[in-house]
Design a protein around this ligand. Structure first.
Ligand SMILES: [Cu+2]
Length: 162
């Protein structure tokens, strides 16, 4: 890099870049784990289930597992895996939790690993944040907030039952 910017201009650019960061970005740290942007989707009236998504990175040297958690609106919280079996999308609860190996980043996303809010007491509304926890086997329990995003956000929990 041979381009030199006056210091003042550099500062302006830095400020612009900071402003460009989406306001919805939020992340958490517990022990060696970094949890980036937990989110969920608005539920149509009466729906009793919703998926929760995030990215988890293990910066340590020991494997850990996401084994549970909670969300204020949900009576039941489970860690799930979803995958195609033939033409059918199937989902199952991960009884031993979701492993995050040292140095690994695991993405929980629609159509893949996710957490499941079940027995919802209130609908999830776009723009709200719902409080909850995530429980890791080694790192312990951390409080997080799930941002509620638009109902149609990528993929879906269609095609399978709870
Ligand atoms: Cu599920």
């Amino acid at each position: 890099m041979s381009i030199r910017l006056p210091a003042a201009l550099g500062a302006v650019l830095a400020a612009v870049l900071l402003l460009a960061t989406p306001l919805s970005a939020h992340d958490y740290k517990i022990g060696d784990l970094k949890i980036d942007h937990p989110w969920t989707r608005a539920t149509p009236g009466g729906a009793k289930v919703a998926g929760g998504f995030m990215t988890i990175t293990n910066t340590g040297s020991q494997p850990d597992r996401l084994i549970g958690g909670s969300a204020v609106a949900a009576g039941i919280f489970e860690v799930h895996e979803m995958k195609m079996e033939g033409n059918v999308m199937r989902m199952r609860a991960l009884d031993k939790g979701l492993e995050i190996k040292p140095g690994q980043t695991v993405e929980l996303k629609p159509g893949g690993f996710h957490v499941m809010f079940m027995d919802l007491k209130t609908p999830l509304k776009e723009g709200e944040s719902i409080k909850g926890t995530l429980i890791f086997e080694k790192a312990g329990t951390i409080e997080v907030e799930y941002k509620v995003e638009a109902r149609g956000s990528s993929g879906g929990h269609g095609g399978h039952n709870h």
